[in-house]
Design a protein around this ligand. Structure first.
Ligand SMILES: [Fe+2]
Length: 472
């Protein structure tokens, strides 16, 4: 039997079917809108909420004086400070001790108005090509600072370089950072510079800047301090941006930072530091990754250290910071970065890279903080070492072919200990932490914020970790 015409199925339209379809679409739309509204209402403050700034009065004498690095280059140091808006032109006198010469830098104020007041920000770049002790004094029309000083070690004859890394400080008002920093600098007076891993302040308000400078007062005028920006240095909003006071205090970023992100590189002896702005938007992160690729390619430094607020390897969730991981981590590996130092997650973690034989390699990724805040951690198999319930700082010493990283709690108990020995073709990694117990218990203040199910999951992950680390 043959069919001579096309045989098509007839589509039957039932009015009830169309009504049901509309009902389902409408219901789904309402549910989605309700869920989105719930999320936005709950997260509004976290995403967009900027706190109101209380009125403040700037001081007539120079204050918030900071010694830092300079965009003019590694042969310069930069001094920044604040004063009231009436102070006008300022001058900074400086001299290399016993040289017999005193130089004067005159500088104009940059008036910054924030919600609660206004102050004048100043910056002076000191040419410091020779090692030695530099004395300096800030002179304003009405008032002047006392003579201050800093030391530049001779990196050609003494090839040991030391620096301290502090992750998030983010102290509360009248916090204890000042005591901690006093102790650190008493233990390590030969430190060459300090690096802060973002969230130096709790919020971009003058009162928190006051607290932050009170915290680092023992070092601020005599050890160079550099910082990367964290989310707490940002003004929130659809177009989030770094609050200008951060850049005015830490002005070593190239003038194009607004387009390219607050990234910069600093070199001290054999160490080159790469500062990244991991809180920036995705367009800036792309630009920063191009900048980083070029900067690392051009680097001839023996030791390369990247600093950014958000680690490529989050210790709070496997889904966090994927943009950072995607854009930056291949560059850290490709260009053989030694350490990647991060913060943000208010716990301690160290993760080494593994080769095909599971041997520990660089890059070494650490997350650290020195703040009163604690977060619950996500325990995974690939992190070598975690730490909870303490504040930490890391001390780095580079001497010739060897770099030593030691992590301490603020009572100076050794918590992590890694040595790198570099030869032209490889970097040997020695992990010396076998005898140091790992602290993983949930701090009480964290446990109080968790639901019973979350605590159970955390404890289960600890048991699994303990099983994996049993001696064979
Ligand atoms: Fe943060």
């Amino acid at each position: 039997m043959f069919f001579t015409g096309s045989h098509r199925r007839q589509k039957i339209h039932h009015p009830q079917y169309a009504t049901m379809k509309k009902f389902v679409i409408l219901s789904l739309t309402i549910i989605l809108l309700a869920v989105a509204s719930y999320i936005v209402i709950n997260r509004w403050n976290i995403w967009f909420g900027n706190p109101v700034e209380s009125p403040y009065q700037a001081q007539s004498a120079p204050y918030h004086i900071l010694l830092t690095f300079s965009p003019e280059g590694d042969d310069f140091r930069c001094i920044t400070w604040q004063c009231d808006t009436l102070a006008g032109e300022a001058s900074l006198l400086y001299s290399l001790r016993d040289s017999g010469d005193t130089a004067t830098i005159t500088t104009q104020p940059h008036i910054y108005h924030s919600q609660g007041g206004a102050s004048a920000f100043y910056r002076a770049d000191l040419h410091t090509p020779q090692p030695g002790i530099y004395d300096y004094r800030i002179c304003m029309k009405a008032d002047s600072s006392q003579w201050l000083h800093f030391t530049l070690h001779d990196t050609t004859s003494d090839t040991t370089a030391q620096f301290i890394y502090l992750g998030d400080i983010q102290d509360t008002i009248n916090g204890i950072t000042n005591n901690i920093v006093t102790d650190i600098v008493q233990h390590y007076p030969a430190t060459d510079f300090f690096i802060l891993g973002g969230d130096f302040i709790h919020r971009p308000l003058e009162t928190y800047w006051d607290e932050a400078f009170r915290g680092i007062a023992p070092i601020a005028t005599q050890y160079p301090v550099a910082a990367v920006s964290g989310n707490h240095e940002y003004l929130k909003g659809l177009n989030a941006s770094i609050e200008p006071r951060f850049i005015l205090h830490f002005p070593y970023f190239p003038s194009s930072y607004l387009d390219n992100g607050a990234c910069a590189t600093l070199t001290y002896g054999d160490i080159q530091i790469f500062l990244l702005d991991s809180n920036a938007g995705i367009v800036s992160l792309f630009k920063q990754s191009r900048w980083l690729d070029k900067a690392l390619r051009n680097s001839s430094a023996r030791w390369k250290i990247a600093v950014l607020h958000h680690s490529p390897y989050s210790i709070r969730s496997p889904y966090n910071n994927l943009d950072i991981k995607f854009l930056f981590d291949p560059l850290f590996k490709k260009h053989k970065v030694d350490f990647v130092l991060a913060g943000h997650e208010h716990g301690y973690a160290r993760r080494t890279t593994r080769d095909l034989d599971n041997h520990k390699q660089t890059p070494i990724y650490t997350v650290s903080h020195c703040s009163p805040k604690q977060y619950p951690l996500y325990i995974n198999n690939r992190t070598d070492r975690y730490g909870t319930g303490n504040r930490y700082f890391q001390q780095f010493t580079a001497h010739g072919d060897t770099m030593h990283m030691r992590t301490f709690t603020t009572d100076f108990a050794l918590y992590d200990d890694i040595i790198l020995i570099k030869s032209p073709d490889k970097t040997l990694l020695i992990d010396q932490t076998d005898t140091i117990p790992e602290r993983l218990e949930l701090p009480d203040e964290v446990a109080q914020r968790l639901k019973p199910g979350q605590i159970h999951e955390y404890n289960k992950s600890l048991e699994e970790r303990a099983q994996r680390h049993l001696p064979i």
